[in-house]
Design a protein around this ligand. Structure first.
Ligand code: NAD
Length: 365
């Protein structure tokens, strides 16, 4: 029997609550689809600061390095907000982990079942069939990592500089992820840039156009400026199938996508690495799109679907368990559309607990 070896980093707030549900479901799914899970749990974020004095301890690093994938909860919360910005959980854990494992490709499905259309600020009238698109974001380049990056004094006042930089090879690498994603969907990609103003965007558009023409001529490629894309996403999200963009634009657009898709409790994500794991599949970090939800943490009411759907992405991308991944996604859909709802997506229906939602997904499986 195949054994799936991965690291489990539940993190803070609702992280451990929803992770428990995801692990229980993976355990049961394995029995049905012929794999076993072998995971090692480690501290990350605020809990790691409390227990080890740092948000991304060496032992956590080692456990991740010895694994084929990372199933991640979320990090941060009010307890650690007074720390200097550089030591706060999100910055001191998430950015280093992305960098350490060269997680350059962020894949965020924007999925809203039609039964949940009312959860979206766009409401049923605009999206009667729900929403179904994917955002592919470059994650390790651009303005967040470019050098120089500093704050200094000049002519008697403070000045700050960030550098936006992209190499053609970085753009081609993420373009291939957009192509692979589009091939499994509707063969349609919209590449988002700001080529009317930014040099990096001029290069982005040129490289993307040439790479698609050479490697995937069957894909319908279009280009859009980021300001227009932000507007179009709010106006008619289903005009997009694969939305593809650089780091900062992707940060903003994927969060906008999260809002129009209703609850953060439903949205999964994958960040794939440059390195292959021992199965020769991409090493990846899989996590819900939302944060630690301090307002509901500890109450047992968080929606576990985003964590469960992140586990499904892990099965697909890092372990090649496509059938089990699809079965898990279908089970979440069935549980929710048949009326089982946590508070964030209840809308007049009875709100059930995190644990009960997990049981409903298991039953649907
Ligand atoms: P948040 O995503 O934690 O919460 C925003 C709202 O969405 C809250 O009302 C919350 O209850 C709700 N929500 C989120 N996930 C939910 C779920 N699974 N079920 C039901 N409701 C859910 O964002 P925030 O309040 O801005 O941030 C809280 C903390 O999380 C901060 O410390 C922030 O830094 C951190 N954070 C971490 C990550 C990460 O680890 N990747 C991402 C975002 C925020």
């Amino acid at each position: 029997m195949k054994t799936l070896n991965f690291a489990v980093l539940p993190g803070d707030g609702i992280g451990p609550e929803v992770m428990r549900v995801a692990l229980e479901i993976l355990e049961s799914l394995g029995q049905k689809y012929g794999f076993s899970i072998d995971y090692k749990e480690a501290d990350i974020g605020g809990i790691a600061i409390d227990n080890h004095g740092t948000a991304f301890p060496e032992i956590t690093h080692k456990i991740c390095q010895d694994s084929d994938a990372i199933l991640f909860g979320s990090v941060g919360g009010p307890k650690w907000e007074s720390l200097p910005p550089k030591e706060q959980p999100e910055r001191a854990a998430l950015l280093p982990i992305r960098k350490t494992f060269s997680l350059y490709a962020n894949i965020r499905p924007g999925l809203l079942y039609s039964e949940l259309s009312e959860a979206s600020p766009l409401k049923n009238a605009r999206i009667p069939n729900g929403i179904d698109l994917v955002c592919i974001r470059e994650l390790t380049g651009g303005i967040y990592f470019g050098q120089p990056k500093s704050t200094f004094e000049k002519d008697g006042e403070a000045v700050a500089i960030d550098t936006m930089i992209y190499k053609a090879s970085e753009i081609e690498r993420i373009a291939q992820v957009a192509i692979d994603t589009a091939k499994a969907r509707q063969l349609k990609v919209c590449s988002v840039d700001k080529a009317n103003v930014l040099e990096t965007s001029v290069l982005w558009r040129k490289v993307v156009t040439e790479y698609f023409a050479k490697n995937a001529p069957e894909i319908e490629l279009s280009h859009m400026y980021v300001d227009n894309a932000a507007m179009q996403l709010a106006r008619d999200p289903n005009q997009f199938d694969v939305l593809f963009t650089e780091n900062m634009f992707g940060d903003i657009l994927s969060d906008e996508m999260g809002v129009i898709c209703g609850s953060l409790g439903m949205l999964a994500s994958a960040s794939l690495g440059a390195t292959k794991n021992c199965l020769n599949l991409p090493f990846g970090l899989y996590e819900p799109s939302g944060g630690t939800a301090p307002d509901i943490a500890g109450k047992g009411t968080a929606n576990p679907c985003a964590q469960v759907l992140s586990a499904a992405m892990m099965l697909r991308y890092s372990f090649g368990e496509n059938t089990a991944a699809k079965a898990l996604e279908d089970a979440v859909r069935l549980a929710v559309t048949s009326g089982k709802r946590t508070g964030d997506i209840a809308f007049g229906k009875e709100a059930i607990s995190t644990k009960a939602m997990g049981t409903a997904i298991l039953k649907a499986l």
